[in-house]
Structure formats: C-alpha cells, structure tokens
Ligand binder design. Structure first.
Ligand code: DP6
Length: 331
C-alpha cells in the first residue's frame, strides 16, 4: 500500500470566479481569495492492490455518483502521470456542512489532489498540484495556498493541457480580518456551482456585464489588499458577490433564502452604525461576514441573533493544504 493524508481548508473568494471558458475547467475571470482556518477537510488516499475499483467515502458514507465520478477522474489523472495501476480508497471528512455553499469542493479537491499525488509517489510542486485540483474544481486550485491567493483568468481559447495554477500573493497577516460564516442551513444545496455558472453563462441577460465587470473589481480589490485597506477590500468583495449573484439570479439561479437577506440587512444596519463589516455569498444561502478582529465578538453576537442563522463559525486567514502523513510504498 501507498497512502497519504492531507488536510486543506476552504477559501472565500473576495473577488469571485463565476463562468468558464468553452474548453476544460478554465475560469473566464480572475479571482482572489483568502484561505480560511477554522474549517477543515481531511482526506486519506490509499492505493491498494487488493481493490478492484476506487472507493470513495465522504463523511463516513459512500459518495454519490457525481462526487465519485469527479474523484475517480482526479485519481485517473494521477495514475496516468505516475504509471500507477492500483485502485484507491479515498476517505474524506469535513468538519462543516458539505455541498451547501461552504466551498467544500475547494477544500475537498485540494486535499484529495495533494493526498493522491503524494500517495502515488509524485514529487510535483504545489503549483502543479494546484493545476490538478483546478481540473476538478477551479476554486480548489486556490486552497493549495495559504493567506491571500489569486487565480488568473485562462487564455480566451485554452488548450485542455494548458497549466493554470493559483498563486499566493500575500501572507495571512497582510490584512487582519475574521470571516464569520453565518450558517443558514445544514442541508446540501439544490444547484451545484458548476451547473449554476453554466446556466448563468447560457441564459443570463447580464452574463456579459459580469464578465466585463469582474476583472475591474478584481484589479481594484488587489490594489486595496496591497494598500492594507480593510474597508475598500470589504466594499469591493461585497460588490463582487452581489454582481455575481445578480447575474445568476437573472438566469433563475437563486441561492439566496430569506435568511440570506436577513443577514445582508443586519450587515447593512451595522454599517449604518459605523461598524465596518461586509458580506460575501457563494453558491449557497450562507453569508460570510468580513470583520476586523476588534469588532468580531460584537458582530458575532449580532449575527447569532439574526433570524435564520443556525450557527456562526469564526474563521481567519490561514494555511494552505499540507500533508498530515505519507506512508509507503510497502507493497
Ligand atoms: C461562487 O470552484 O465550485 O464559490 O470549477 O465548477 O467546480 P467549479 O466551481 P467552483 O465555483 C466556485 C464559485 C464561487 C466563487 C469562487 O469561489 O470564486
């Protein structure tokens, strides 16, 4: 057997990726994220001669067909690169709700990519692992790195084998902030992000507006981050999330619930009371509230008391994916 265990964290995109090029899983817009400590995925991969097919267990239960197919696709890429013939057992667990817009695919595929590459004995550097993770879920490319991370838009007409990896652009302490993840449901989301962005690009009257606006917001956000300007970063992050969702909603892709709107209203009330606090929303109903460390406990209490918020997870800029253990090859 050869096995490795990797851990990875989700990331929240401050400037959002939403939309792909026509070929492969290549982003049509650049994105900038912060990797979140406080939420963790742990994944074990074991290549084992005794297995006749790949086994994928997610949070203690067999993965559904879709999740299994995506994991097998990644394992196949690794097997081809390593000349590995054995099937693998994958065991992955999250300490937060899976597939509900808390970016479980980002941490999940980042951890799977790193564990699979190392279990197969490949000595790929982290950018190469990031490119591998991107082929399963583009946001996962960013979770290989800690702190503030950027993923460029791909060439307009990419080739399937083009390498596109994320990169770290600033350390975790570049901008002190906390992300309060306001969890509004524990259940899985109805529309995954791959399908949601495909529908947006195909049907939204505002898809072109989003594709034009996203790089502009991204460039301004990048500058604000380098200037260590929390308020500008927060405002631009909220604008990116709202513009992304506006384009999606116009195509009927609606991730928000009443609780999402209640949290957005609470954020606005806090801003009216001069507390600098901003919201970001991914492909799900939860709201990630960006707050300065000194305001965190007061804002946490307000969010916790907001209708529809089931719990609030505090997270902060953290580390990229890393290996917990690698064993083998022993057979
Ligand atoms: C809203 O990376 O989950 O979280 O590449 O199709 O797997 P696929 O999509 P995914 O999309 C993430 C969308 C987002 C914004 C972001 O993380 O940039």
């Amino acid at each position: 057997m050869s096995e490795a265990v990797a851990i990875a964290h989700p990331n929240v995109a401050l400037s959002k990726y939403w939309g792909k090029r026509a070929v492969g899983r290549f982003p049509a817009v650049p994105s900038l994220s912060v990797t979140l400590s406080g939420l963790t995925t742990r994944t074990r991969v074991r290549f084992d001669r005794a297995l006749s097919e790949d086994r994928v267990v997610l949070n203690g239960a067999p993965g559904d067909d879709g999740a299994r197919a995506r994991a097998v696709d990644l394992l196949d890429r690794v097997r081809r690169a390593a000349g590995e013939k054995r099937r693998a057992a994958v065991d992955s667990s999250n300490d937060f709700p899976t597939a509900s817009g808390l970016a479980s695919s980002a941490s999940g595929f980042a951890a799977l990519a790193l564990a699979a590459v190392r279990a197969a004995g490949l000595d790929w550097d982290i950018p190469r692992v990031s490119d591998l993770a991107r082929r399963s879920s583009a946001s996962a490319a960013r979770s290989l790195f800690g702190g503030y991370v950027e993923l460029d838009a791909a060439h307009p007409v990419p080739r399937e084998d083009d390498i596109l990896a994320a990169r770290s652009i600033a350390p975790a302490d570049q901008l002190p902030l906390l992300v309060l993840v306001c969890v509004t449901t524990e259940g899985p989301k109805a529309v995954g992000s791959t399908a949601g962005m495909a529908t947006t690009m195909a049907k939204s009257p505002y898809a072109t507006a989003w594709l034009e606006e996203a790089p502009r917001l991204h460039a301004r956000l990048r500058e604000a981050l380098f200037a260590k300007d929390f308020e500008a970063v927060g405002e631009l992050a909220e604008s990116s999330a709202l513009a992304m969702h506006a384009s999606a909603i116009a195509a009927g892709v609606i991730y928000w619930t009443g609780a999402t709107l209640d949290v957005l209203a609470a954020v606005r009330r806090l801003r009216d009371a001069r507390v600098p606090v901003f919201a970001s929303i991914d492909a799900g109903p939860h709201v990630k509230v960006l707050v300065r460390p000194q305001d965190a406990s007061g804002v946490h209490a307000v969010m916790r008391a907001t209708a529809g918020v089931r719990r609030v997870i505090e997270s902060w800029p953290g580390q990229g994916a890393r290996l917990e253990a690698a064993i083998g090859p022993v057979s």
